[in-house]
Design a protein around this ligand. Structure first.
Ligand SMILES: [Zn+2]
Length: 545
């Protein structure tokens, strides 16, 4: 006898992800799994207790999976307590915005924390200093991350509380100092990573509440799954709030599937601790560790991303960034991680770092047998520019390009300045990847950009900023089906969960979204008004109905 469904989702527009076209019919769901997708036999799954949800001709898709989120920072920026400086056009405007947040209820562990400034979008293009903040905030510590969360602008009170002096800075010897040697209040990425964990210390209860609010907003966009990725390379400051995740899960309030990727170091004790708290991300688990993440270089706007050739606007002949970890150390760690069954995400932004990451993966793959390899997935995060030869290496080594379409549109003029016209052609080259059969996954790197997936899809399809303007390197745009596949099946692959997730198929988990706009048929401008009508995670309706 056929097992009867708990819920049937009906629509004339079901996009399973397996083919470009939609199908007509329904999805029969029992507990957390899909029993059947289609039309012919659908009625056989209807029992006396089956709930039928008929969405008419609204679009049904596999739940969206953001493959790169920094949840703790995202939750802070989503809380309404932290100033957002993305639209500020000057240092003064930033300070004015921050002043509006100077209220006791907005402090996080006693600090004002903000994010989003980017001096290259300002008229004078100059890094700000502590002086402007000191005038406005003589006593409250202020910590303002730039738009890509690699550089921080603080006031004197913050420097004092962090005990950060010209002597103990880990940054480049001259970076962040006035001519007289005094600190300017700009902290580079090497020091920032060490400090961030001392500051983002909301207590667990507060963090859990912020997480739940953020998950609600994610669900409203049809997001059913995220990869929560370590935000720092430094031991003890991975910014993975495993205790809060555990608490939310144990209270039965976890309405999103979470794959954790803490920092990869030689010492695996923190990784194992997270696994003890949250388990493994496998099968139908809602929360667990899926793998590990490691930085390999920095960001191109600060010339810390590692390029094969110097920057176009090089300050000196060696100005091509650098690897943050020696390749042999990376290889040793990746090998160890793979042997323990952890997927790996390597942050590599410059083409030189991408090549080195591929070398690491190639060497590790040679040392592992197929049984071990079948349990893990190797990924590279960001790959902002890439040498053409490496696109095929990605494919041949089965390494996923885990990319963030919105990043391509943050500052195109800046990219051309840093990398030059020729390399710009091979920046975020989505079309090249797909043409060669290289697998891609989509994410946002939230809070670097907002996690609204429809804005990210708009960027991928149009190569235009959501704020308007001309398309940028539009030869690398892809169509909506390709983009949506990267955002569902592509991301599921990064955690090796494609057998259970990423498409709407018999036997897979019921992570599904219904949208208010048929993005497969509408103009990209309509993506920007798109929301979920219903979001289902693990067979449970978590948003709408
Ligand atoms: Zn990131």
């Amino acid at each position: 006898m056929i097992c009867k469904a708990d819920i049937i989702i009906k629509s004339s527009q079901i996009w399973t992800g397996n083919i470009d076209e939609t199908i007509y019919g329904g999805i029969a769901i029992k507990k957390n799994r899909i029993l059947y997708v289609g039309f012919q036999d659908l009625d056989k799954y209807i029992g006396p207790n089956t709930k039928i949800l008929d969405y008419g001709d609204q679009l049904v898709i596999p739940g969206i999976h953001d493959g790169h989120v920094h949840m703790l920072m995202t939750a802070l920026m989503n809380s309404g307590k932290c100033p957002s400086l993305y639209d500020a056009k000057s240092e003064k405007e930033c300070v004015d915005i921050v002043k509006r947040y100077d209220k006791p209820q907005n402090l996080i562990g006693g600090w004002i924390i903000g994010m989003g400034w980017y001096q290259l979008l300002w008229d004078n293009k100059k890094l700000p200093t502590k002086k402007s903040l000191d005038n406005a905030f003589p006593d409250t510590p202020v910590f303002l991350m730039d738009s890509n969360a690699h550089t921080t602008w603080v006031n004197s009170e913050a420097l004092r509380r962090l005990n950060f002096t010209p002597q103990n800075t880990k940054d480049n010897i001259d970076f962040g100092k006035f001519e007289n040697g005094e600190l300017t209040g700009i902290i580079g990425e090497a020091s920032f990573m060490k400090l961030s964990s001392q500051i983002m210390t909301a207590d667990e209860k507060t963090t859990s509440k912020l997480f739940i609010d953020t998950i609600k907003r994610m669900n409203s966009f049809g997001i059913t799954q995220i990869d929560d990725v370590a935000g720092s390379a430094v031991p003890d400051s991975d910014q993975i709030a495993d205790q809060s995740w555990k608490q939310i899960y144990s209270e039965n309030k976890l309405n999103i599937r979470v794959n954790l990727f803490p920092t990869l170091l030689d010492d695996f004790s923190r990784i194992h601790q997270i696994e003890n708290n949250c388990g493994r991300a496998t099968g139908d688990s809602m929360i667990g560790i899926a793998g590990v993440k490691s930085f390999f270089d920095g960001v191109s706007s600060m010339h810390t991303a590692y390029l094969s050739e110097p920057y176009s606007d090089a300050q000196n002949p060696d100005d091509r960034g650098h690897l943050t970890i020696k390749p042999d150390v990376m290889q040793r760690r990746v090998l160890k991680a793979a042997k323990e069954g952890y997927c790996v995400k390597i942050h590599a932004i410059g083409d030189g770092a991408v090549t080195e990451a591929l070398n690491v993966y190639e060497n590790v793959e040679k040392e592992l047998d197929n049984k071990v390899l079948s349990k893990v997935q190797f990924n590279i995060e960001h790959l902002e520019n890439i040498e053409e030869k490496d696109i095929e290496r990605l494919r041949d080594l089965n390494v996923i390009a885990s990319v963030q379409p919105a990043h391509a549109l943050i500052d195109p003029a800046g990219e051309e300045k840093d990398l030059g016209e020729k390399r710009t052609k091979m920046m975020w080259p989505f079309r090249h990847y797909l043409a060669r059969g290289t697998k891609i996954a989509f994410g946002t790197d939230s809070p670097v950009v907002d996690f609204n997936p429809f804005e990210n899809l708009y960027n991928a399809v149009t190569r235009k900023s959501i704020n308007g303007g001309k398309p940028w390197e539009s030869q690398n745009s892809i169509n909506i089906q390709e983009a949506l596949r990267a955002y569902t099946l592509g991301s599921a692959r990064c955690s090796n969960r494609q057998k259970d997730l990423g498409t709407i198929e018999n036997g897979k988990l019921a992570d599904i979204a219904v949208l208010n706009c048929n993005i497969l048929k509408s103009s990209p401008e309509d993506f920007l008004k798109t929301n979920a009508v219903m979001t289902m995670v693990n067979g449970k309706i978590v948003y709408g109905g």
